[in-house]
Design a protein. Structure first.
Ligand code: SF4
Length: 72
């Protein structure tokens, strides 16, 4: 009975670690802080107290890709 509980505990911990890694890899932002690649990361555009070290922000928007192609 005790061994089964230990195995179950280990499986639960491993599952939690795996889910955490999946979340980290698929969470928004590619840097440690969302602000680092947020298009609003200037004092003029963002007045939030979390800036520049927000790790969760509903206003986060990634920096837009620069379109370097010339249409003609
Ligand atoms: S909107 Fe949020 S993520 Fe973007 S700069 Fe402001 S605090 Fe940071």
């Amino acid at each position: 009975m005790g061994v089964e509980l230990i195995i179950l505990d280990v499986l639960i911990v491993l599952s939690a670690v795996a889910l955490s890694l999946v979340y980290i890899n698929h969470s928004r932002g590619s840097k440690a802080f969302l602000c680092e690649d947020c298009r609003f990361n200037t004092a003029e555009l963002c007045l939030k107290s979390e800036r520049p070290r927000a790790i969760d922000c509903t206003s986060y928007r990634p920096v837009l890709e620069q379109n370097t192609s010339v249409e003609g």
